[in-house]
Write a protein that binds this ligand. Structure first.
Ligand SMILES: Cc1cc2nc3c(=O)[nH]c(=O)nc-3n(C[C@H](O)[C@H](O)[C@H](O)COP(=O)(O)OP(=O)(O)OC[C@H]3O[C@@H](n4cnc5c(N)ncnc54)[C@H](O)[C@@H]3O)c2cc1C
Length: 429
């Protein structure tokens, strides 16, 4: 293979980049992936759960091939205050059947596997090289530059993740806005398979996904999470950058407090810390989405802000994989005409519009604004606690019935405020 000119160069070997490379290589397109990490996945981070539907479209038998940790069969959401937690648990063997299965994943293993799958189809990976710039001639992106070297292609796919500096250089992506990004920090703690199954009441291969709202971020926008891997748990915090100061603690401080809280500490007791990582998450939703294509260039995954954080569900990897696949299909359709002008690449947006990616991002476009009111992080955990306390306190003093006690809790919250918070949430998430 000649290495000085490719049909397509993909920047970034995360899920978006490797999904694009896999699709292109499978169709016989000459594609190179340039990844700054020595191995794909070594720079990457996620909370931990992959919704498998878009990977299934790409690799139908992925469940037999991919390094998946545990199939999620138990969902928990906890509203946490300084005093306690109100938790909702949904546990079901049938959760996530067939198309809707979801799994905890470790990105160092998962991204490396996906890259090898793409390589097996014929994609050419160049690891350990950071792309510094794009080669642009007469307004068209013609390749990439790394140090003194450059590489040419008909089309460049930017899958370089959150805060795409290359997208910014092209003027397609806005510079980072603190209210549109969150910082995620997590610890991976090895406990052993048996201990995990015992502590989380799981049986062989089943996993738990647990989201925390309120106290873990000190009432600031964001939340805590815990995912069970095969023999470790991933525990972390995601906090909106512009709101980090709200609690008066740093993200690292929030994470320290979270892992040592009475809710988490007993679950990870005796475990061995084997990873600590932090990463940006684009959380501004549809409103922060950049121009998705230019002359000779397409953006996918986090580079295009394709992430949905709805509090109870966090999604980025399934959108990354689907958008990478659709960017590749766009190239394949346009290759015969050799027309990669923006007018032609508009086809990529059309494909995204008819896929779940833009349909769901549009449906949930109000979520960032609903969360910005902070009600869900400050008032809602207290309301949940007040209602639960009223339900379960038996003291022979307060003899009112449950409806009266619930109304008293709602009054404390403020009826108007409660109605506004609920409306905001229900119409956006
Ligand atoms: C704390 C946290 C929790 C999350 N939880 C979940 C979850 O549970 N489920 C879920 O679906 N999503 C989750 N997400 C989001 C998910 O991780 C991302 O949406 C997903 O990784 C995006 O994939 P991507 O391929 O677009 O970008 P990335 O995975 O970020 O990959 C980008 C790649 O580009 C490379 N790169 C960047 N710049 C260059 C350059 N100049 N030259 C060469 N290479 C470059 C990077 O090294 C990286 O490998 C979470 C994110 C965080 C941070």
């Amino acid at each position: 293979m000649s290495v000085d000119k490719f049909d397509v160069i993909v920047v970034g070997g995360g899920p978006a980049g490797s999904a694009a490379a896999y699709t292109l290589a499978k169709a016989g397109v000459k594609v190179a992936v340039v990844e700054r990490g020595e191995r794909c996945g070594c720079k990457n981070m996620t909370g931990g759960r992959l919704y498998g539907h878009s990977l299934k479209r790409l690799i139908p038998d992925y469940e037999q091939r991919a390094p998946l940790e545990r199939r999620i069969t138990k969902e928990r959401v906890s509203f946490v205050t300084r005093r306690g937690a109100t938790s909702l648990e949904f546990s079901c063997r049938g959760l996530g059947g067939k198309q809707a299965a979801s799994y905890s994943v470790v990105r160092a293993k998962f991204d490396d596997w996906l890259a090898r799958e793409a390589e097996a189809q014929g994609a050419f990976y160049i690891n350990g090289i950071r792309v510094d710039d794009l080669v642009v001639r007469n307004g068209k992106v013609c390749g990439i530059a790394a140090g003194e070297d450059s590489l040419e292609a008909d089309v460049v796919i930017l899958a370089d993740g959150a805060n795409s500096l290359l997208g910014q250089k092209l003027g397609l992506v806005k510079p980072l806005q603190p209210k549109e990004f969150a910082v995620g920090a997590k610890e991976v703690i090895r406990l052993g398979r048996g201990t995990i199954e015992e502590r989380f009441s799981l049986s062989g291969g089943e996993g738990c996904a647990w989201m925390f709202v309120g106290e873990p971020t000190g009432g600031g926008m964001g939340g805590g999470f815990l995912y069970t891997n095969e023999d470790s748990v991933a525990v972390g915090i995601v906090a909106t950058v512009s709101d980090v100061g709200y609690s008066g603690k740093s993200v690292a401080g929030l994470l320290d407090d979270f892992v040592s809280s009475p809710l988490i500490a007993p679950l990870i007791e005796g475990g061995e810390l084997c990873e600590y990582s932090a990463h940006l998450v684009p959380e501004g939703g549809l409103k922060m989405m950049p121009q998705l294509y230019g002359h000779g260039v397409m953006l996918c995954g986090d580079a295009a802000a394709m992430v949905m954080n709805l509090g109870y569900v966090v999604r980025g990897m399934d959108l990354a994989i689907e958008s990478g696949r659709l960017a590749a299909e766009t190239y394949i359709e346009l290759a015969a005409r050799h027309d990669f002008r923006p007018e032609a690449l508009r086809l990529y947006r059309k494909k995204l519009e008819s896929s779940f990616v833009l349909r769901e991002m549009r449906r949930h476009r109000g979520a960032p604004k609903a969360f910005a009111s902070r009600g869900v992080f400050t008032r809602l955990p207290v309301l949940a606690e007040d209602v639960m306390k009223a339900m379960f306190t038996v003291d022979g003093v307060n003899t009112s019935g449950l409806p009266v006690k619930v109304l008293a809790a709602a009054k404390k919250y403020g009826f108007g405020q409660l109605a506004r918070d609920m409306l905001r949430l229900l119409t956006s998430v």
